[in-house]
Design a protein around this ligand. Structure first.
Ligand SMILES: C[S@@+](CC[C@H](N)C(=O)[O-])C[C@H]1O[C@@H](n2cnc3c(N)ncnc32)[C@H](O)[C@@H]1O
Ligand code: SF4
Length: 409
């Protein structure tokens, strides 16, 4: 079951933004996120805004979906222009889901073409799609590459069959190296998503997943601790005692092993949960989120942010296409971030980056906390003296606690 949307202010039907959103826009990057809310099967741990064919029921078809996104892009371009936000070419585009590659590659290509015709695409822009290993073919990957995609991020999760089974993953482990090879042959960069801390996963299982993932030579790996989301099948299996609960200490040991093996394998952390082979292989789209850039988020439940105004679309694909069919913005609500909100977000997100948080961005109370964080081994002393708060390895394990100390009440 997908999680709920935030509450917020009502969003205007014409999508016009407050005047402040345009201030300084010329100096900010602009990106596009396209949400594809379809999956062949819902994994038991996932509460993303995604629907199987059975969950969708009638009236919201995958076939018509690309057309709805094109309509949103058209309305979006008009709304930005009428809000006085200058047109900037896209620096990054990210198709996420759900499972974007459940749609025909031609549909994803058509959306990218329309977005490029609307806003333009910077030379050398990063264009990523997420994919399940069993939802691509050599042909579909070639079509994506020819259309301008540069990168594919596969949900590998684990290399161990009993772990994949608890996660309800449908792909056979041997499908992953095949899909990686097809992506490389097509000329795409490859990222792999891994999950650690699945109930029943031993430290040796996790070691096997890491070494197997590294043996495929990806450019990038994301490793996330499994979150047990309320309302998911996995949460109720744990509550009923059918699956053992997760253990936070186990998460710390597994994070440490990930960092050790990924670093030894030639990947370097650039965000607490993300490792890249070279600085060029870091996900520029996610970096843009973490640095507070502007992006349009198209699709049901997608969030957007332009110059301190954030809005989010209605969640269900049917409500989404109905709004667009009647010429209205599909936005369900929005919030205008105050200076204080933006400060909190900036600290929370930037401190997780290897490049660190400039100390000059900290309020006096945060700056005062830095000495204690150095003394506790959570922040790198040399970086702090050079004007940036950069987490040590121990700091990465305790990143949330570091944020709380940098943001005292
Ligand atoms: C939209 S999915 C990726 C693409 C594709 N649908 C797939 O699963 O292969 C994005 C990623 O979110 C992560 N994810 C989803 N639910 C999670 C959870 N409850 N805990 C940790 N990671 C999660 C998974 O690693 C997944 O690969
Ligand atoms: S395939 Fe990906 S998006 Fe779909 S349910 Fe599984 S983890 Fe979630």
């Amino acid at each position: 079951m997908p999680s709920a949307l935030p509450l917020g202010l009502p969003a205007p039907e014409d999508g016009i933004l407050p005047t402040d959103a345009a201030v300084g826009a010329d100096a900010r990057d602009f990106g596009l996120y396209v949400h594809i809310p379809f999956c062949a099967v819902r994994c038991g741990y996932c509460d993303f805004n995604t629907y199987t064919a059975t969950e969708l029921g009638g009236g919201a078809s995958q076939d018509a979906y690309a057309g709805s996104v094109l309509t949103e892009l058209g309305l979006g371009a008009v709304a930005l222009e009428r809000s006085g936000v200058p047109r900037r070419p896209m620096s990054t585009v990210f198709f996420g889901g759900g499972t974007p590659t459940l749609l025909p590659a031609e549909d994803l290509a058509a959306i990218l073409r329309a977005a490029t015709a609307t806003w333009g695409l910077e030379p050398g822009a990063e264009v990523t799609t997420e994919a399940n290993p069993d939802s691509v073919t050599p042909e579909s990957l070639r079509i994506l590459r020819d259309a301008g995609f540069t990168r594919v991020s596969f949900g590998m999760q684990s290399a161990v069959p009993h772990v994949l089974a608890v996660l309800d993953r449908t792909h056979a482990p041997e499908r992953v190296p095949q899909a990686v090879q097809w992506a490389r042959d097509a000329g795409l960069k490859v990222s792999l998503d891994l999950i650690y801390g699945t109930p029943g996963e031993s430290i040796d299982d996790w070691r096997a997943s890491l070494t197997t993932a590294l043996s495929y030579g990806p450019d990038h790996i994301s490793a996330y601790a499994l979150i047990i989301e309320e309302g998911t099948r996995l949460a109720s299996q744990i509550r009923r005692g059918q699956v053992p609960p997760i253990d936070d200490d186990d998460h710390a040991d597994k994070y440490a092993l990930a960092d050790e093996l990924l670093t030894a394998g030639g990947l370097h952390w650039y965000e607490v949960s993300n490792w890249a082979r070279t600085p060029d292989d870091a996900c520029r789209h996610n970096l843009a989120y973490w640095r507070g850039s502007d992006w349009w988020g198209a699709g049901p439940g997608a969030h957007s942010h332009v110059g301190g105004t954030r809005w989010w679309n209605v969640k269900h694909p049917r409500a989404y296409s109905t709004a667009l069919d009647t010429g209205k913005s599909p936005a369900a609500g929005r919030e205008i971030l105050t200076t204080a909100d933006r400060y909190v977000e900036d600290v929370m997100l930037r401190v997780r980056l290897r490049e660190g948080l400039p100390t000059g961005k900290l309020a006096p109370a945060g700056r005062t906390a830095v000495a204690g964080l150095i003394a506790d081994g959570l922040v790198e002393p040399a970086a702090a003296f050079a004007g940036r708060v950069v987490l040590t390895f121990r700091g990465r394990l305790l990143a949330d606690a570091v944020v709380r100390r940098l943001l005292p009440d």
